[in-house]
Design a protein around this ligand. Structure first.
Ligand SMILES: NC(=O)c1ccc[n+]([C@@H]2O[C@H](COP(=O)([O-])OP(=O)(O)OC[C@H]3O[C@@H](n4cnc5c(N)ncnc54)[C@H](O)[C@@H]3O)[C@@H](O)[C@H]2O)c1
Ligand SMILES: [Mg+2]
Length: 322
């Protein structure tokens, strides 16, 4: 309820910013702090904190922070990108003084690896909102500048009256099984050796089930028999996607895979043993060119990993019951 209030009411949001926590980014790369015990955290800065006070007149810019969420104690959480402003003074200040907040700006993919628990989705959400504001400054109907509200939950074109809201693209991601094996594929852009569950963007007007059946038919030429929903995830790469994750089965007598070579470099069936081995790999061994040398699957922060883990668990349960 409180989150909704500060999202909608400019005055309440300005007040929340006074005592709220701010997470810093530089050109969409979040600031992380390494603790003495070697754990990485998201440093939550306060508007009154030394580093922000030192900005002098530019301190006003902090008012442009975007509301991300609030904690259970009703502390508002904001994101602020120091790298997008023309003021070189500010950018240099932060790049040279990151030690003041005992941290460094790191690429979001790396941050996903380093952070634990709820901090990874929080940092992704902060980045997604900043990215959306940075790319939606103009109305696509009139070409006029759009104005944000204080929280950043929307932008309005006062000339056309159109209100724009932060956008996600729905994507269906599916782990196909024939009862004994699961189907994984890779795009040529994936790191070497990494295979993942198949995924695809939903077309306008499609249901999730229709998108799933179409993607599997298009990418590997298989006909899905049954679908089971597993979970969902916001995915910030390369832009905000809303990943809907499912398990699906095919007829064990109709498992011939016909790979669409435009979309995928390869797709094939993997046994439980192969999958189990891949799930134990935290960082794949690499050759002297730095390329992974074994079959591995996406890391635990990706919902593909959860699908693969669930499938392996189910196979275990089945063999135990037999
Ligand atoms: N979190 C995870 O575990 C996980 C795992 C696999 C893939 N993914 C993500 O799923 C997404 C979709 O997977 P895919 O690449 O196989 O999709 P896909 O099979 O639909 O193929 C991508 C193509 O779809 C078209 N397209 C249609 N609508 C689009 C839109 N809104 N944005 C971008 N392209 C669009 C483009 O031509 C693009 O080249 C990717 O962004 C990928 O990062 C996430
Ligand atoms: Mg795909």
């Amino acid at each position: 309820k409180y989150l909704n209030k500060i999202k909608e009411e400019d005055e309440a949001c300005r007040a929340a910013l006074q005592s709220g926590n701010i997470f810093l980014y530089h050109k969409l790369a979040p600031l992380l702090r390494r603790t003495d015990s070697g754990i990485y955290q998201l440093p939550a800065l306060q508007t009154k904190e030394e580093i922000l006070e030192k900005l002098g007149e530019d301190k006003e810019m902090v008012k442009e922070s975007i509301l991300i969420n609030c904690t259970e104690q009703n502390e508002a959480q904001f994101s602020f990108d120091v790298g997008t402003r023309t003021s070189r003074h500010v950018i240099h200040y932060f790049m040279e003084h990151t030690e003041l907040c005992r941290g460094t700006f790191v690429d979001l993919r790396k941050a996903f690896f380093l952070l634990r628990g709820s901090e990874a989705p929080l940092v992704a959400r902060g980045q997604a909102l900043l990215r959306w504001h940075q790319t939606n400054g103009f109305c696509s109907s009139t070409g006029q500048p759009t104005q944000r509200n204080q929280s950043g939950s929307q932008r309005v074109c006062h000339s056309s009256g159109i209100t724009y809201y932060p956008k996600m693209s729905p994507v269906v991601i599916v782990l196909v099984s024939d009862g004994k094996r699961c189907l994984l594929g890779r795009q040529s852009t994936f790191p070497r050796g990494m295979y993942s569950a198949l995924a695809g963007f939903c077309d306008i007007g499609e249901t999730m089930e229709e998108a799933l059946r179409r993607e599997i038919a298009e990418e590997v030429g298989l006909e899905v028999e049954s679908i089971q929903y597993s979970g969902s995830q916001h995915w910030p790469f390369p832009q905000s996607s809303f990943m809907v994750a499912c398990h699906a089965t095919v007829n064990p007598n109709e498992t011939h895979v016909s790979v669409d070579k435009v979309e995928l470099e390869d797709a094939r069936w993997f046994s439980l043993e192969e999958v189990q081995e891949a799930l134990t790999i935290k960082a794949p061994p690499r050759n002297n060119k730095g390329e992974p040398t074994v079959f591995w699957v996406p890391p635990s922060y990706a919902i593909a990993n959860r699908l693969i883990q669930e499938w392996a668990n189910l196979q275990h349960l089945k063999s135990y019951l037999n």
